[in-house]
Design a protein around this ligand. Structure first.
Ligand code: ZN
Length: 251
């Protein structure tokens, strides 16, 4: 009788483990499907990593691997799917791209558990928002500043909903975006961990000749975990990746 009961319990445990593993496999396989398509259109060698390019669509305007810059304009009516953010934020920051909501929340939660408290100083900006920002900062800080730091409408990654500016939590930043800054601990934490959540430091200082933008240690761009990790490990920018793999989209 006792033997039967033990076998019965073992069977239930085995069934539960099987169901759990199956669910995990299904979940990870759905997440990975986009990268592991059976017929990738290309494979990229990035340092020691090999990355599959499942579809050229990822490089199209406003998509996850697209370049957005003075040479790569978004249509003025481009609008991504948006979500209200629940993260701490500066005034006027209300929405982020729906696509990055989960990864961004996970990254901020992980940072908090490491005693690094982050908030958003900027997130999605429409073409109109971008124009207003440009005009305001032109008035406040002059043309040299805006030429260096502020994109003209249609050329900002913020319009894709895939980019955010991150600051350390402070009362000042919650009241005024101009008071926001990312401290040294935050900078280091993000450089170490952001790739695990699919984000890259998009404009590293020292890479201005490649990105065309001065160092912005606060600006993070979502490109998905596999590419973020590969770029981070190989220490190359999104611009270099696109140039190497899809030069037609880099021109
Ligand atoms: Zn930014």
């Amino acid at each position: 009788m006792r033997q039967v009961k033990t076998n019965y319990i073992a069977l239930i445990v085995l069934a539960l483990v099987t169901i759990f593993c199956g669910a995990m496999y299904l979940r990870s396989s759905v997440e990975q499907a986009i990268y592991d398509s059976t017929q990738p259109v290309a494979r990229a060698e990035l340092g020691s990593a090999t990355l599959s390019v499942p579809t050229w669509n990822l490089f199209h305007a406003g998509k996850m691997w697209s370049l957005v810059s003075p040479e790569h304009h978004l249509e003025s009516n481009f609008t991504p799917e948006l979500a209200e953010t629940t993260l701490d934020h500066a005034p006027g920051v209300t929405t982020i791209g729906k696509h990055i909501e989960g990864p961004l929340n996970s990254m901020f939660t992980a940072a908090t558990s490491n005693n690094v408290n982050l908030m958003l100083s900027s997130a999605y900006r429409s073409a109109t928002d971008q124009q207003e920002l440009y005009d305001t900062l032109l008035g406040l800080r002059g043309s040299q500043y805006v030429q260096q730091y502020v994109a003209v409408p249609g050329t900002s990654e913020h319009q894709t909903g895939l980019a955010v500016d991150i600051a350390s939590v402070s009362q000042g930043c919650k009241l005024d975006a101009d008071a926001c800054s990312l401290d040294a601990t935050g900078i280091t934490w993000l450089r170490t961990n952001a790739a695990s959540y699919g984000f890259i430091e998009r404009y590293p200082s020292g890479k201005q000749s490649i990105t065309g933008v001065s160092g912005e240690h606060w600006h993070y761009r979502y490109v998905g975990v596999p590419l973020a990790k590969a770029l981070s490990t190989a220490n190359i920018t999104l611009d270099e990746f696109v140039q190497q793999i899809a030069p037609g989209y880099a021109r």
